[in-house]
Design a protein around this ligand. Sequence first.
Ligand code: CUA
Length: 151
Amino acid sequence: LDEKIWLFLSFGMIMIFMIFTGYQAVALEMGPPSHKETIDPQKVDQTAPFDNPGIKQIGENEYEVVMTLQIFSFTPMDIEVPAGSTVHFTLTSKDVTHGFQVANTNINAMVMPGHIQKISQKFDKPGKYLVLCNEYCGAGHQAMSTTITVK
Ligand code: CUA
């Protein structure tokens, strides 16, 4: 009889464990969107869409820019879009907290490791827009800049 009780108990423990893990997986999958907006900062290069950073046309006047920030640069650098374009930025950091500020626009965001930052902006006026890191991120912080050219 003793053996049967132990068998029953260990079987019960396994069941409880399995139900709990299953529930966790479901809860994570169905959780708030913020769950899915996080990323392992150690694996940015292997995680979509950041495994393929760059600029992509997604509509007539619409572009998607997937960008990584890292000490002390932006990838890709020096992007170009036609005037009148709406650009959807998807950003993350590969190391420390950086800033993403675009001169002459309202864009001014923090880009943190482990988080995905999304910003959309319409660029009407042609010109060269300076992009700056505005969060102190180390010795090369002052040099961390690039441009967006609107033609
Ligand atoms: Cu990156 Cu300051």
